[in-house]
Design a protein around this ligand. Structure first.
Ligand code: GLA
Length: 399
């Protein structure tokens, strides 16, 4: 075994050993769920629209053993480095974590505890969990969804509860909405559970139906770079919820269930008086079309042409949806000037990561140009990772 597999086997073994040290017994297994990058389809999921994410190889691992006393006990190796509370114990029975007024240094634990409380209704129970992650946090790569999904897979296996993956994704989303109090859509949890290696996931967020779309940039001489702009983001901030509310208001004024149902964009823009709502609708409607166009391009093997879609998506997120941030705009500009085919911000916005599609033989030049642009502005240097479309969550051991 070489490369990433060997690395993850070493991490898994280390996590299992650490579990024994912490809890004084062996774990029953180790589960892993990945973070994601969304290729295109941003702020469309909660408008019942389309998204096209793929899973990263990086993610969250959970070593776990069942408990039969209704207690969920979570420890995080990551929390140590952030000086958060490393050890949280809670009952799997109880109302929303968000209403219990936990101190802020317990915040990370609301995700696994919230999942345990939601899954409790479906027959799971308590567990001891030791959590580790190799995903950068706050980078907009869905470390929260990865934590929810790894926990959900572990609890279902430990308690012998079978829930199909699309349904499990909705339950993990529900945990984030109701238990943690973050009004996210369905994309991140679906990506973390449903993606397959070498593919992006075309998800219809209304029906929940999905299909696997081949996506192998290297096969077309391209590299997909993920640039962590180091401007940290948090969905718990008010802007995400405000965008959601604006979309709901526009849908209600237009007399449709969700903005996905707007078929006549010009007519809708003519009906709405508020320029802010017009801009939001313009983004959501055109972004849904861009997802469908991107899927068509990928299925046709026209991967380089995806660049134009990424650029159009970024401009729309910047100018119509108004969720971009200076580091993201500078990253895209610098990448395009250095010969990239396209780039755009990913995730909720106001911080996090950018993706850049570049010819493989120009990837170094593109990276250098981005780093130089940050340096000129005196910003914290960005982090780069090469994104390889990977598989969704799984039990790692015992296999
Ligand atoms: C965050 C949310 C997702 C989605 C994106 C924007 O990542 O968790 O549900 O709304 O923002 O596309």
């Amino acid at each position: 075994m070489t490369g990433p597999d060997a690395a993850s086997a070493a991490l898994t073994a280390a996590l299992a050993t650490a579990f024994t040290g912490v809890f004084g017994r062996e774990p029953e297994g180790v589960w892993h769920a990945p973070g994601r990058v969304n290729l295109i389809g941003e702020h469309t999921d909660y408008n019942d629209g389309f998204v096209l994410p793929f899973a990263l190889s990086l993610g969250v691992s959970v070593a776990a053993a069942r408990r039969d006393d209704g207690v969920i006990e979570v420890r995080s190796l990551q929390a140590e480095s952030t000086r958060a509370q490393t050890h949280v114990t809670a009952s799997v029975d109880g109302g929303p974590v968000v209403s219990e007024g936990w101190p802020s240094d317990h915040a990370w634990a609301a995700y696994p505890v919230g999942v345990a409380r939601v899954l409790r209704e479906h027959g799971t129970g308590g567990a001891s969990l030791l959590i580790d992650s190799d995903l950068p946090q706050g980078a907009g790569l869905s470390s929260s969804a990865a934590l929810e999904c790894a926990t959900a897979l572990a609890l279902c296996d430990l308690h012998g509860v079978g829930i199909d993956r699309p349904a499990l994704a909705r339950l993990a989303q529900r945990a984030e909405n109701e238990q943690v109090g973050v009004p996210c859509g369905l994309m991140d949890q679906s990506a973390s559970l449903l993606c397959t290696p070498g593919h992006a996931l075309m998800l219809d967020c209304r029906s929940g139906l999905s299909s696997q779309v081949p996506f192998a940039p290297a096969g077309s001489g391209l590299t997909l770079l993920v640039v962590d702009t180091r401007a940290s983001h948090a969905l718990t901030g008010g802007e995400y919820g405000r965008r959601r509310a604006e979309c709901e208001e526009a849908a209600s004024l237009l007399g449709v269930d969700a903005l996905r149902d707007v078929k006549d964009l010009a007519g809708a823009l003519g009906t709405l008086r508020d320029p802010v709502l017009r801009r939001r609708v313009q983004h959501v409607v055109t972004e849904n079309h861009r997802v469908e166009a991107a899927v068509g391009l990928l299925r046709a093997g026209a991967v380089p042409e995806l660049g134009a879609m990424l650029n159009a998506s970024h401009l729309s997120l910047r100018d119509q949806f108004e969720v971009s941030w200076p580091e993201a705009d500078t990253t895209v500009d610098a990448a395009l000037r250095a010969g990239a085919r396209g780039g755009r911000m990913v995730g909720g916005g106001f911080g996090g990561s950018v993706i850049v599609l570049a010819p493989a033989d120009r990837a170094d030049r593109v990276r250098d140009a981005i780093a130089a642009a940050y340096d000129e502005r005196g910003w914290t240097p960005p982090e780069f990772l090469e994104a390889v479309p990977s598989g969704g969550g799984r039990r790692v051991t015992p296999a």
